[in-house]
Design a binder for this molecule. Structure first.
Ligand code: HMH
Length: 207
């Protein structure tokens, strides 16, 4: 049997639902999210994205030639995204030198550990991490101000296209991966789903 991104979404539909549909996001849509909750997410996600950028930099070292262009596009977008996080934090008077909360630290450790995994596992993780935010911010529909720009950042059509290419790239290498690597990719997908759910809950708990 050959696994693919759509297969993983199908067999782990419940875990994926919990990763992408959360009261935090409903709270942004309805404008009922509390400043402490949103600001906790903003600071912790900045700390996450810094390490996510490092993870993508590592993955680049394993990617086949024809995947480089898409991955480099992702890195360019992250350059802009890190500056955007800094601007959003400054607007809100938030200190980005905060320590990582436990779940953020676990997620960052997980990403750093991907360096020892085969490329199909890395490609699956990269797709899942990006697709989680693409879906999470898009599914609720239009959000209350000032959250529309946050929803747009990960829900916009260009980002959706990027995530679809990441899925195609992961599928391409999963198709020729060993059964062991495919099993590892499935485990990794589930781990991403659980970390995503916990990350939303971490911010939500800041109330
Ligand atoms: C927790 N997952 C988390 N934060 C993000 N910014 C993304 C995924 C998308 O890159």
């Amino acid at each position: 049997m050959v696994i693919s991104c759509s297969y993983l979404l199908h067999v782990h539909a419940d875990a994926w639902q919990r990763a992408t549909v959360h009261p935090f996001l409903t709270g942004c849509k309805e404008g009922s999210i509390l400043p402490a909750q949103f600001n906790t997410w903003l600071v912790q996600d900045y700390l996450f994205v810094k390490d996510f950028t490092r993870m993508l930099g590592q993955i680049l070292g394993f990617a086949p030639d024809h995947h480089l262009d898409t991955l480099l596009g992702g890195l360019v977008a992250l350059k802009d995204e890190l500056l955007w996080f800094q601007a959003k934090a400054a607007e809100r008077g938030l200190n980005l030198d905060a320590p990582r909360q436990s779940i953020c630290q676990q997620y960052c450790d997980f990403m750093a550990g991907l360096v020892v995994e085969p490329y199909p596992v890395q490609a699956t993780a990269l797709w899942a991490i990006e697709y989680a935010y693409n879906q999470g911010w898009q599914l609720p529909g239009p959000m209350a101000e000032p959250y529309t720009e946050f929803a747009d950042r990960w829900g916009n059509p260009g980002f959706t296209d990027y995530v679809n290419v990441l899925a195609a790239q992961a599928d391409e290498v999963l198709k020729v991966a060993s059964p062991h690597t495919q099993t590892l990719a499935a485990t990794t997908f589930l781990r991403v789903a659980r970390l995503e759910e916990s990350f939303w809950q971490m911010a939500f708990n800041a109330a």
